[in-house]
Every structure is written in structure tokens, then in C-alpha cells.
Design a protein around this ligand. Structure first.
Ligand code: PLP
Length: 285
């Protein structure tokens, strides 16, 4: 079956779908994106992803190119046309096409929209969750506005490539004071020796992950001790458990950090339970 991509108002064969050479997304990484999980053909937490999209666009002063209801229809239609049952839908909006110049283009420049969707192999994903993943740590050399879900991801690309080269699945960024910020494409969590769940506050310094927000809802009515605070890499090395959250990985146990086993080196009980409970609390549309 041919994959289909939505590009600026048209559904095109994936192989033939393209954007202009002077699209500002291509020239300057001047754009934002969202990734939603698709489960049973439905979107997971579309409402919150759209809320974050609106925030990212407004922080960068890019206009929302169509009403959110219409954008939602494009997301669902792209999922339908690609027959995605379990996978991801990707949305990117850039400031549009204009002669290459750093300053913003004319106010009537239309933002560009691209939407793609694809299936992921659920058995492969479940196997990763059963085995757990390895992470490495790298210095956080990103700009300060990582709260914006911008397509400017070069430090994340380099960090995740370093992880791959080291045989790991994710890289955790560590700030100048030695505190973990987040993963290259995920939020970072630990469970301390005394069973307290810890993740970094999402003011600035990390992306406010939608999966992170839903996990906070999952634990709200459970008897889990939780602290929203910074944790150091040493604390992570000594943690009982660690895991990452993202739309593509949901809750993914971390079994080693920089080659050192976390806890007993197997996926932890808290991470496994949160993964199991996640979709009971997430919204479907
Ligand atoms: N942090 C970064 C840097 C990310 O790229 C992502 C997802 O791509 C996340 C956190 C997790 O966000 P979400 O749970 O909304 O997928």
C-alpha cells in the first residue's frame, strides 16, 4: 500500500511529497512539530498535543494556518489513508516559503504544513519494554528554549547518534551543574531507593512532554510518593529504577545508564505498572 503524506492542502504519494527549497523549515529550522501516538486507529491525547502546538507556534510568532478542528481532520485523514492502526502521526508547521533572509518574511506568508503517519511494530515495542533500554549521558548543549517543540534538533540528533554508537537507545542531557534535564526525544524519570518517583520540573530546561503530563495524572490517584525536582546523574546511577516517557515509547524502562545497571538491571515495577496503566488515563479521539 502506498504511503500518503499531507502537504499544504494535498494528499500526495509519500515518495513524491516535497516542500519548497526555500521553506524556512528547511533553511532555518524555523518551525515546530508534534508527534501523537496512534492506537487502534485512534489518536492518543490529540487535545493536549494541539494545545502544546498552539503554544509552540505562539512563542515563535507563527500563525496557526488553519482552525484546530480542520487540522484535527487532516491528522485523522492522514492516519486513515495510511491505514495506521498502531503507530505515530507526525505534524510539522513552518513559517513558510520566502526568499532566504533571517528576518521574518511578509506577514501574509502562509505557514507550511506537512503531516505523515506510519505504523510501528507493536511486538517490537513490547519487546523493548520487556527488556528495557540502555541510556548514555551527554552534556546539554542546547539553547534555553527547549520548552518549544521546535524542529531545530541538531543537538538531539548528535546525542542520539552518540547513544546508538555506544549501543544505547537514548541519550540523557546533563546540565552544567550535573543534573539530568531530559532525553534526546523523551523525558527522564527515576525512582529513588526509598521508592520516590522523581522528574524534573517542566518550567524551562525541558520540553513539557504530553506523556509526562498523563503519567502525572496516572499517579495522581495512586499511592506513589512523587517529587518534581532536579536529580543529578549520581542520583540516577544509584536509583532503584529509571525510565523515559514519550509519545512513541509511552513509558520505557531504563536498565542501564552509562553502562552501569540501574537497580537490579531489569525493568522496574513502577515503570512497568505506569506503562500498563497509561492508556486507561490517556484520551482517545
Ligand atoms: N523531550 C524531548 C526533547 C522530546 O523530543 C520529546 C518527544 O519527542 C519529549 C521530551 C516527550 O514528549 P511527548 O511525551 O510529548 O512525546
Amino acid at each position: 500500500m502506498a504511503r500518503i503524506a499531507y502537504v499544504n492542502g494535498r494528499y500526495l504519494r509519500h515518495g513524491e511529497a516535497s516542500v519548497h527549497v526555500e521553506d524556512r523549515g528547511y533553511q532555518f529550522a524555523d518551525g515546530v512539530y508534534e508527534v501523537c501516538e496512534v492506537r487502534g486507529g485512534r489518536l492518543v491525547d490529540e487535545r493536549r498535543h494541539m494545545q502544546r502546538l498552539v503554544r509552540s507556534l505562539s512563542e515563535l510568532r507563527i500563525a496557526l494556518p488553519m482552525p484546530l478542528t480542520a487540522l484535527g481532520m487532516v491528522l485523522h485523514e492522514t492516519v486513515r489513508r495510511n491505514r495506521v492502526e498502531d503507530g505515530l502521526v507526525y505534524l510539522q508547521i513552518t513559517r513558510g516559503v520566502a526568499r532566504r533572509d533571517f528576518i521574518f518574511p511578509a506577514a501574509d506568508t502562509k505557514p507550511s504544513i506537512v503531516v505523515t503517519a506510519r505504523n510501528l511494530d507493536p511486538t517490537h515495542r513490547e519487546r523493548s519494554a520487556t527488556d528495557g533500554i540502555a541510556v548514555i549521558t551527554v552534556p546539554d548543549n542546547r539553547w534555553e528554549r527547549v520548552d518549544i517543540k521546535s524542529v531545530s534538533l541538531l543537538p538531539n540528533v548528535l546525542a542520539k547518534e552518540a547513544a546508538r554508537a555506544a549501543g544505547a537507545k537514548e541519550a540523557w542531557f546533563v546540565d552544567k551543574e550535573g543534573f539530568v534535564t531530559e532525553g534526546g526525544s523523551s523525558n527522564a524519570w527515576i525512582v529513588t531507593r526509598d521508592g520516590t518517583l522523581v522528574t524534573r520540573p517542566a518550567e524551562f530546561g525541558i520540553l513539557r512532554g504530553i506523556t509526562r503530563t498523563v503519567v502525572l495524572d496516572v499517579i495522581a490517584d495512586q499511592n506513589i510518593r512523587f517529587e518534581e525536582r532536579k536529580f543529578s546523574i549520581e542520583e540516577a546511577y544509584g536509583a532503584r529504577e529509571a525510565f523515559v516517557t514519550s509519545a512513541s515509547q509511552i513509558v520505557m524502562p531504563v536498565v542501564s545508564i552509562d553502562g552501569k545497571p540501574v537497580g537490579n538491571g531489569a525493568p522496574g515495577l513502577v515503570a512497568t505498572a505506569l506503562r500498563r496503566d497509561f492508556h486507561r488515563v490517556a484520551e482517545f479521539s
